[in-house]
Design a protein around this ligand. Structure first.
Ligand code: MN
Length: 382
């Protein structure tokens, strides 16, 4: 029996690499659902190649073009955000890969958990915004959440056979991004084009900017807190420019286990599909002689205030991480559009943290309200 996989966000960077994995292991895996937001042409060509059962185009304006282009194939085509929540509940689906960007991942992920699907989680914003709600729901419905983020996959792989209660510390590695070596003055004038040149990883535009501000690492700290039940004070970000050690776990006896490899997102994606087993994967092997030396540095919380923002938000709790996420989505896009300067990203998120309505015990509805409120608020700053 092939594992049937629903890929939410199949046209993005994670989605296309997940399809590479499925292509390489077509005897084991099947792309059962493919979804995209706006990338009509790519979605159509993926659907023609992989012949999924269902395709969803989230932006309803594109429905007719997708339906017409696939009219000669027995593929069901749906449109709209609600369709995403419905298709993930289909009985045949084994694994739901959440590879869409941002807050929009929350509702479909909840629907998949409630249908007891295995979640291959690539949409970290879901855990940043609503980590407590999501982990409680996953426990109640016995829906496993398997991390696809490379750092969390490294931690997860290091935890195989271990007891979570024996963790004393997590070493969360970060490349440092393209601005690691710039001074504060130099960072005032960097452009989106410079930020989009990531030294080690090939990723989508939103996460590449988050990587340049280190908000991505801050979000990953919050993601690790929920996935592995540790406190933010137990998570130490280590800047590691080579991106070879993908993260590590320290246990109560002082032993440290890490997972290493060349930077290639197909590995964590495939591990989430094959877990608890492993499968072969084509590609470059780690050559430590070629790498030669590994470096580790303390992060600079002053130049990368977004990292500090994430720790502050996690400590405050409630809907504060949701406020930060919504503000970040707006300013990240504004920076890419050249509407604000790089240092404005952290500055405007801090302002939103001061001005948005704080809720200590948020429900799902409060998260939806907070997200909408903060998007309005931060848009008014621009
Ligand atoms: Mn990552």
């Amino acid at each position: 029996m092939k594992k049937k996989i629903a890929i939410l966000g199949s046209t993005g960077s994670i989605g296309t690499q997940a399809l590479d994995v499925i292509r390489e292991h077509s005897d084991d895996y099947e792309a059962y659902v493919l979804t995209a937001n706006n990338s009509v042409e790519r979605l159509i060509s993926q659907a023609r190649e992989f012949q999924p059962e269902v395709v969803v185009i989230a932006n309803e304006a594109h429905y007719a073009s997708v339906r017409d282009a696939l009219a000669d194939l027995p593929i069901k085509v749906f449109a709209g955000a609600n369709a995403l929540c419905e298709v993930v509940q289909m009985d045949a689906i084994d694994v739901v890969l959440t590879a869409m960007v941002g807050f929009s991942g929350l509702r479909p992920t909840i629907a998949a958990i409630e249908s007891k699907k295995t979640i291959a989680l690539a949409n970290k914003e879901t855990l940043v915004v609503a980590g407590e709600l999501i982990t409680q729901l996953a426990n109640r419905h016995h829906a496993p959440i398997l991390p696809v983020d490379s750092e969390h996959s490294a931690i997860f792989q290091s935890l195989a056979g271990e007891n979570l209660e024996r963790i004393t510390r997590i070493i969360l590695t970060a490349s440092g991004g393209p601005f690691r070596l710039l001074t504060e003055e130099e960072m005032e004038n960097v452009t989106a084009a410079q930020a989009l040149k990531h030294p080690n990883w090939e990723m989508g535009a939103k996460i590449t900017i988050d990587s340049a501000t280190m908000m991505n690492k801050g979000f990953e700290m919050i993601e690790a807190k929920w996935l592995f039940g540790v406190e933010p004070s137990q998570i130490d970000v280590h800047v590691h420019p080579e991106s070879i050690v993908h993260s590590a776990v320290e246990f109560c006896d002082g032993s440290v286990k890490a997972q290493l490899g060349v930077p290639d997102m197909r590995l964590p994606i495939q591990y989430a599909f094959s877990y608890p087993d492993r499968k072969t994967l084509s590609g470059e092997r780690l050559d430590l002689f070629k790498v030669g030396t590994l470096h580790f540095e303390r992060p600079d919380f002053k130049r990368f205030d977004c990292l500090q923002i994430a720790y502050d938000a996690a400590e405050r709790g409630g809907n504060m991480p949701c406020i930060v996420n919504a503000a970040n989505e707006i300013v990240n896009l504004a920076f890419r559009q050249g509407r604000i300067a790089f240092p404005d990203i952290a500055r405007l998120i801090r302002r939103a943290m001061d001005e948005a309505t704080f809720i200590a015990q948020p429900s799902l509805e409060s998260y939806l309200n907070t997200d909408a409120e903060v998007r309005r608020l931060v848009s008014s700053y621009l």
